[in-house]
Write a protein that binds this ligand. Structure first.
Ligand code: ZN
Length: 182
């Protein structure tokens, strides 16, 4: 703290300063911390022991990489140079990505809620009837929305969560659906 006497610093400010100092030291993996004459030695292992998982979660938040299927598709479409709108309320089913100039929409469906024929579409063990009804409503609504969109002249593509997570050929599927001339 240099020449400043810690006793002259208001308690609240000191608390903030200490917190900030802590995070900087942690980030830089500094081993020795000297606060108000009290020296603490931190072995490097202690710093490293911060769970790898929590650190990588932190890092992924820092990088702003959202891995939700919809975000993956958005990023990809953006990278491929397509312009799109999101969730247009005036369209049936509020499609996830709307390409107005091409009159095309993309739905990004979660396999569970929209009942994809894959292993992610499990059924709860209790209240089976309730869930089956709910799922049936979901799939009927999806069909209705697609039909309404077709009727209005929109081309629709449904991308499933499991396909996006596998990621294979996603570029090709987007470009062959959306066409060139971005
Ligand atoms: Zn699936």
């Amino acid at each position: 703290m240099g020449e400043i006497d810690a006793d002259d610093i208001p308690r609240e400010l000191l608390a903030i300063l200490l917190r900030v100092t802590w995070s900087i030291l942690l980030a830089e993996q500094t081993l020795t911390i000297d606060v108000r004459g009290l020296t603490t030695h931190m072995p490097p292992r202690m710093v490293d022991n911060r769970s790898r998982e929590s650190r990588s979660r932190l890092m992924s938040r820092v990088r702003g990489k959202d891995t939700k299927p919809e975000m993956v598709v958005r990023r990809l479409a953006h990278r491929l140079g397509y312009r799109f709108r999101l969730h247009r309320r005036d369209l049936p089913g509020r499609p996830d990505l709307v390409f107005p100039g091409r009159k095309k929409v993309i739905f990004v469906h979660g396999c569970y809620w929209h009942r994809h024929s894959c292993k992610l579409a499990t059924t709860p063990k209790s209240n089976v009837e309730f869930w089956l009804t709910k799922f049936r409503e979901n799939t009927r609504r999806d069909k209705r929305n697609l039909a309404a969109l077709h009727k209005q002249g929109w081309d629709c593509m449904v991308l499933w969560q499991c396909e996006i997570e596998r990621g294979e050929g996603l570029d090709d599927r987007l470009t062959s659906f959306l066409g060139g001339g971005r």
